[in-house]
Design a protein around this ligand. Structure first.
Ligand code: DX5
Ligand code: ZN
Length: 220
């Protein structure tokens, strides 16, 4: 299995975002996790396509994993595709027509993923698993960085891994929330291959040290 580390820029210093992203990538991160919050679907407000485009113009070539915590979801998808998103993931409860939203993401040239809140059942995967590229399991309730990992999500990870393996698919499983060096091995054993970490990575080092993320990323 190929494991990937996806730092969540939600915990980065937004005043120096380009630099922060350069450093985590230079320190071994694989994907940039980009949290989009609308103060409607979730009680927080963050960043949109402009910032994604700015990262591309800054020279970021790594995959950008856009996690949409917005409702409605469809109308912002083409803008994120134009802004350089690689993955676009959305919460099924934020879309009126899940199949249509998956199709829209793909028509716009991006990889599609579904996001499940901790208490959201996985039923929708029955008819969508073969149409998506990634399942994102929230291990905290969405809206904020720095929350505590909810352990029962490991059972969901095992269930999704079984569904993917039973059907012979190559869908990625990503986990988001409360992940860091202390629990990443256990999360990997549950079948997860892509690990979002915000506070564990960006909270780990001093701003002035250019190598500031080396040791925490190496520990993951
Ligand atoms: C929460 C976001 C996460 C968050 C993770 O709604 O989707 O990506 O930034 O942060 P940590 O790793 O600090 O839990
Ligand atoms: Zn996220």
């Amino acid at each position: 299995m190929t494991y990937r580390i996806a730092p969540s820029i939600l915990s980065a210093n937004f005043a120096k975002l380009g630099e922060e992203v350069d450093y985590v990538l230079a320190s071994g991160a694989d994907i940039v996790h980009f949290d989009v919050m609308d103060n409607h679907y979730v009680p927080n407000l963050t960043i949109g396509p402009l910032v994604c485009e700015a990262l591309r113009k800054h020279g970021v070539t790594a995959p950008i994993d856009v996690h949409l915590m917005v409702k409605p979801v469809d109308r912002i998808i083409p803008d994120f595709a134009k802004a350089g998103a690689t993955y676009i993931t959305f919460h099924p409860e934020a879309s009126e027509h899940v199949d249509r939203t998956i199709g829209l993401i793909k028509e716009n040239g991006c990889k599609a993923g579904l996001v499940f809140n901790p208490a959201t059942p996985l039923d929708v995967l029955e008819y969508t698993l073969d149409k998506i590229d990634m399942v994102l399991l929230m291990s905290v309730n969405p809206g904020f960085g720095g929350q505590k990992f909810i352990p029962y999500v490991l059972d969901k990870a095992r269930a999704v891994r079984k569904m993917i393996d039973d059907r012979g698919l190559s869908v990625n499983i990503e986990i988001d929330g409360g992940v860091g060096p202390a629990n990443i091995a256990e999360v990997a054993r549950a079948g997860v291959d892509t690990f979002v970490a915000g506070s564990a990575i960006f909270g780990a080092a001093k701003d002035s040290d250019p190598q500031r993320y080396n040791s925490v990323i190496a520990a993951m």
